[in-house]
Design a protein around this ligand. Structure first.
Ligand code: ZN
Length: 238
């Protein structure tokens, strides 16, 4: 009797083991099917390009103060850059991009290096930092696009040309400059100086909603033209 009970118990254990094995096999098959389905379908779908937009300033300094950038005539650079960034993200999304920001409010915990690293961490196609220029004297004016890596020069040229045309501003040209946010970027990266906040006329324009929207649309237009100019087999047009 005792021997029969042990035999029954052994059979039950074997049946349980068999059921577990069959379940595992089933799960493996389903995930294999899913994986292969994904591998077959993925290459034919064109990927939406990703842009990381950096609203300049808005981080704490080493002295524990919030960095608002340059402030003139009651207008803070950090406020202008976040307003342009928000409008730029809207414009990019409506042009088929995925837009990611390094700051979506008054403050960001990311320092300059972490901001540009964000682009490579998420596999972005481009990093764009938005700033306004400033000088001791109120006279300088105009717009410039800054870059560092040679692979970013074409983008800088396209963006400078389109921005000057759409905004009717003085063309200060593109500038190759080892700025922290650009040097650490491992993707195409530009920094836009959207005019001089120290110039009273340009400061008023920078704070104006219509100007901000026009600037955002021009940057989105330049980015879209640039990414489409790079279409090829491995990066299909979107
Ligand atoms: Zn700045």
């Amino acid at each position: 009797m005792m021997g029969r009970m042990i035999a029954m118990k052994t059979i039950r254990i074997h049946i349980t083991a068999l059921l577990i094995a069959l379940t595992c096999l089933g799960i493996s098959f389903v995930s294999w099917r899913a994986h292969n389905h994904y591998r077959i379908k993925a290459p034919s779908v064109s990927r939406r390009p990703i842009a990381v937009i950096d609203a300049g300033h808005g981080a704490f300094t080493d002295w524990g103060l919030l960095d608002y950038g340059a402030t003139h005539y009651g207008i803070r650079e950090a406020d202008v850059t976040i307003q342009v960034t928000n409008r730029l993200c809207e414009s990019l999304e409506s042009n088929g991009w995925i837009a990611v920001t390094t700051r979506d409010g008054e403050f960001t915990p990311l320092n300059l290096i972490e901001r540009s690293h964000l682009a490579s961490h998420i596999g972005a196609d481009v990093f764009v930092s938005i700033h306004t220029n400033s000088f001791r004297s109120p006279h300088p004016n105009g717009l410039s696009v800054h870059y560092w890596g040679d692979e970013s020069e074409q983008l800088a040229q396209m963006m400078q040309a389109i921005l000057c045309k759409r905004l009717g501003m003085k063309d200060r040209g593109i500038v190759k400059q080892p700025l922290t946010a650009l040097v650490w970027a491992s993707t195409s990266a530009v920094l836009v100086e959207l005019g001089f906040i120290s110039n009273p006329r340009e400061a008023q324009r920078l704070a104006n909603e219509t100007f901000q929207r026009k600037a955002a649309n021009a940057i989105a237009e330049a980015l879209t033209l640039w990414i489409r100019s790079k279409c090829n087999e491995s990066q299909p047009c979107f």
